[in-house]
Each structure stands twice: as C-alpha cells, then as structure tokens.
Design a binder for this molecule. Structure first.
Ligand code: SMG
Ligand code: MG
Length: 368
C-alpha cells in the first residue's frame, strides 16, 4: 500500500458523567482521529492521548504535532506500507506511543478493509464476544459511589474497577464489598502512592480484590516488586508497561503478576499482541485496558480482548457508559458482554452526520 493522504480530525465528545481519577477529571474527551487514505482504500485510528500530559507524558496536541511533523512524513516515504512496516519505520522516533498506535491502527484498518479481514480474525480472536468490566471514577461520597456501582451491576457489568487515591481507598472498597457481596472487584491508583504506603495498601488485602493496578510511579518497577512482597493483593501494571521488553522486565523482577494491555500505551495492536503472548508464556494473565474510547477505538480493543490470554474482563464498556451518542453505531452490553465486530477492518465506521456534529477541526497533513 502507498499512503496518499492523512487527515487529522479533532472531535469533542461530552462524557455522560465526569470521570475523576487521582490525576484529574475528564468531562469532555478531546479526541484525535487519524484517517489514512491509501491506494487500497482508507482506514481509521483513534488516538488515546488525553488533553493534558498527566496519565502519561503524551497529550493530544502533542500527538497531533508529532504525527504531522515526523510520523506521517516518514510513513509517506514507504513504498509498500503495511501495519508491520509502521513500527519499523517509526522506531527511530522515541516515545509517542499513542500517536504511533493511532497511525498504525489506521494503516491496519485500511489494509484489512482492502483484504476483507476483520481485526479480530487478523489478531487471532478466540471468542466472538468478550466479558466486560467498568471503571468507576472517584466520587464525592460513598453513597454516590454505591449508587453508581449499583447501576452498573444492574446493567450487567461483570467486574467493577474503582479508581482510588490516598483518602479514597479502604472505605469505598469496604462499602462496595459490604453492599454488593462477592462481585469481582479491583482498584486502580494511577501512580498515586509511594512504596512507603505498603502497609496502608495491605489494608486492602482482606477485601479479596482481583488486583491493584499501578499503585506506584511509572518508572518505579523495583518499588512495585517490593510492594508485591508486602501486599497479598496481586499487583497489575498499566502505565509502567510500554513495550514487550518492559513487560518482560517487570515480570522477571516480580513487579506484577497481571498486566493491563492497553494498545495505545504500547504503540499499537501488534505490540499489544506481543505483550499478551509474552505474558501467556510466563503464566501472567492479561486484560484489555481503556482510554474512554469512542466506538472506533472500542472496536479494536474488543477484538484484542478476544485473544486467548485475555482471561479477565477488560475496561471495554458499552458506548452508553461514556457517550450519549457515539460516533459509530453503539456497542451495547448483552449479558455482560460486547460482541467482537466481524466486518472488514475495525468493522465499524464513523456515522458521517454524527462525525460532522462533533468535529472541531480537520487538518490534512501534506505529503511530499
Ligand atoms: O475506557 O473505560 C475506560 C476507562 C478505563 O480507567 C480507565 N482508564 O488508568 O486505566 C486507566 C484509565 C486511564 C484513563 S483515565 C481518563
Ligand atoms: Mg490504569
């Protein structure tokens, strides 16, 4: 394939409710969509970068900038482009995983649409639907949290993840356990603790959580290994895992026994699949993370979550958990599951009218 032009489109997607984490509150997702036009047809990718560089170093304006200045021009020079060539071509540019993931996904979508193959089939999906969890933000009060969790359980979600931070951890976990019994429950700290908090975090042990996700800083792999020797709850890494190599190191050092595989964080679906396979070889279960994606990003995540080693429910919730109106036909929960799309490529496309309604800017990247 040859890249003919790339469109960088920004859309503003209001969330149905504010989503608060230890690093900030999201109320509207400012999403960058990448549309790759090739001589074999077009493809879409969604960039997961948030507005501010707080989850990780990436942010949406930075992602758009690096795509326009460096990544797209490098790919435009490749005569027979496919998804595998994207990572190779972009390797000289350090970091910028979310920007790289977005363009790799767009190229893969174009390639698979042209070949009539779905993401799920290409990646190696083993099932036709995936069990879904939901990530629940920090709330103003425990009663408000119990209301939210109750609503998600009524909707059929099979696992609850609570965002935690110092001052909002043991009490909300205890309250959810007491009210909802033995529901599958886990927590995510988004790096809000220090290794000196080990004894405090061990107070979560009696609640039989599936895991505690990323309690310490992104670069504190040894700290996580030390913590794993103090707390009984399994440690799962998110932010720290940026490649198959960092996953191998974290596992070897005993820093985690479960991995959150988030394609955006590792540069795309090909590296995400490598991580899942590496984890399988080490007996480490994985699950698919999320970044409040629209239906486009969700389609690819659901396909990935259908791979064999994804044995825990992912942050792959239905469209209406995030958006009143999605830009694709909505993903709907059925019996706690989402169906893996079967159409060519992502299997979903943006609805033109809806897309126009939410678009805030469109930039064509000039290809020389
Ligand atoms: O997509 O359902 C979702 C959100 C899942 O909690 C979620 N993501 O650290 O895992 C994480 C966070 C990162 C994004 S917070 C705005
Ligand atoms: Mg996380």
């Amino acid at each position: 394939m040859k890249l003919e032009s790339v469109e960088l489109r920004r859309i503003a997607m209001p969330l149905v409710a504010p989503f608060r984490t230890s690093f900030g509150t999201e109320t509207t997702r400012d999403v960058l969509l990448v549309r790759a036009r090739t001589d074999a047809g077009e493809g879409w990718g969604e960039c997961a970068a948030l507005a501010e560089p707080k989850y990780s170093a990436e942010y949406v304006d930075g992602a758009a900038d690096v795509l326009r200045r460096y990544l797209v021009p490098a790919l435009a020079a490749v005569p027979d482009l496919d998804a595998h060539a994207v990572g190779r071509t972009l390797a000289p540019f350090t970091g910028h995983f979310m920007a790289k993931a977005a363009i790799e996904t767009a190229v893969l979508d174009a390639q698979l649409r042209a070949a009539g193959q779905s993401f799920g089939s290409f990646l190696g999906a083993a099932v036709d639907r995936v069990p879904c969890g939901v990530s629940v933000g920090i709330m103003d009060s425990v009663p408000a949290l119990l209301d939210a969790v109750g609503g998600y359980l009524d909707a059929g979600y099979l696992r609850i993840k609570l965002k935690i931070e110092p001052g909002w951890d043991v009490e909300p976990v205890r309250a959810v356990r007491e009210r909802f019994g033995d529901v599958a429950l886990q927590v995510d700290a988004n790096t809000a603790y220090a290794v000196s908090d080990a004894r405090h975090l061990a107070r979560l042990d009696p609640f039989d959580l599936l895991l505690i996700e990323q309690p310490l800083a992104e670069d504190d792999v040894l700290g996580h290994a030390e913590l794993a020797r103090t707390v009984r709850t399994p440690i799962c890494l998110d932010e720290s895992i940026t490649s198959a190599r960092t996953a191998a190191a974290a596992i070897s050092l005993g820093a985690c026994s479960i991995v959150n595989v988030k394609p955006a964080r590792v540069g795309g679906y090909l590296e995400a699949r490598r991580i899942a396979e590496l984890c399988a070889a080490h007996g480490v279960p994985v699950w698919c993370g999320g970044m409040l994606e629209t239906g486009l990003g969700r389609a690819a995540n659901v396909a990935l979550a259908a791979l064999p080693n994804f044995t825990l429910p992912g942050d792959t919730s239905a469209s209406n958990r995030y958006y009143a109106t999605d830009i694709t036909p909505p993903f709907e929960l059925a019996d706690g599951h989402l169906a893996v799309p079967t159409g060519p490529g992502l299997g979903v496309s943006p609805l033109p009218e809806m897309l126009e309604d939410v678009t805030t800017s469109v930039v064509e990247v000039p290809l020389r």
